[in-house]
Design a binder for this molecule. Structure first.
Ligand SMILES: [Zn+2]
Length: 249
């Protein structure tokens, strides 16, 4: 290899590195915990959060929550709200159980630089992040409920500057501490094991929009196991959620 060719290859490699470092923001996946009940409190306290990204409603989970009186915080998108009127009606009929919060208007990751996260294209600019957050809140207001106070972006990953912007728009950002269903792609057994192992103060994330996935069956089994153990379920609006990365303070 000639010195000239070697130098130009080096320069090319360097410029490729600079291009990727310049474009892609470092992403954060914040955690969230609720205030633990403590040893004298009983079986412990967890918050169940369920994402309704798009698609349909997993009625196995919805029925189990209603039948067993398990409160949950549901993160809904504008897309999901439009297509699941019946499920929304059931949730609205049980305001003691269901708190509906903002999962964005169109399920676009709240990342203000152009990149792909789990194959989903990010919002790509500050304006687009703002539009995603505000359109999600507007869709919820249009569905006649109380104004949302929490936001969780698609994929639950954020650029640091997007976190700051979402806070300025008036929302707390809902991370989690137990990934219950691996994006609804885990089997029933592993999902049940993960959710059933939640500890005092944990915030569980799973999905309520994939009725054909095995994970949904595991969500129900895991929740019933927690209830059996004497765990109390709280919603984000009645718990003091503490997140890292500037998501709640
Ligand atoms: Zn989602």
């Amino acid at each position: 290899m000639t010195g000239l060719l070697r130098n130009s290859l080096c320069a090319m490699a360097l410029s490729l590195f600079a291009a990727s470092a310049g474009n892609a923001a470092t992403l954060l996946e914040p955690t969230l915990h609720v205030k633990p009940q403590g040893v004298e409190g009983g079986g412990g306290r967890v918050a169940l959060t369920l994402d309704a990204c798009g698609g349909k409603t997993d009625t196995r989970i919805l029925s189990a929550l209603v039948d067993n009186r398990i409160p949950a915080t549901i993160f809904v998108t504008g897309i999901w709200l439009k297509r699941n009127a019946e499920a929304v009606e059931i949730m609205r009929a049980h305001p003691d159980l269901f708190e509906l919060e903002n999962h964005g208007g169109r399920h676009i990751p709240a990342v203000d630089t152009p990149q792909k996260i789990y194959g989903i294209r990010s919002a790509g600019s500050p304006d687009a992040v703002q539009a995603e957050v505000e359109s999600g809140a507007a869709a919820l207001a249009g569905a006649g409920g109380p104004a949302p106070r929490w936001f969780r972006g698609a994929t639950a990953e954020y650029s640091p500057s997007a976190i700051a912007m979402i806070r300025r728009l008036g929302f707390k950002i809902a991370g989690f501490s137990v990934n219950g269903d691996g994006g609804s792609l885990l089997g029933a057994k592993e999902t049940a094991r993960r959710i059933g192992a939640a500890k005092d103060g944990d915030v569980i994330i799973a999905h309520i929009n994939q009725p054909t996935h095995a994970a949904g069956e595991g969500v129900v089994q895991g929740l019933l196991a927690l209830k059996q153990k004497g765990m109390t379920f709280v919603r984000l609006d009645d718990a003091e959620g503490i997140g890292n990365d500037g998501t709640t303070d």
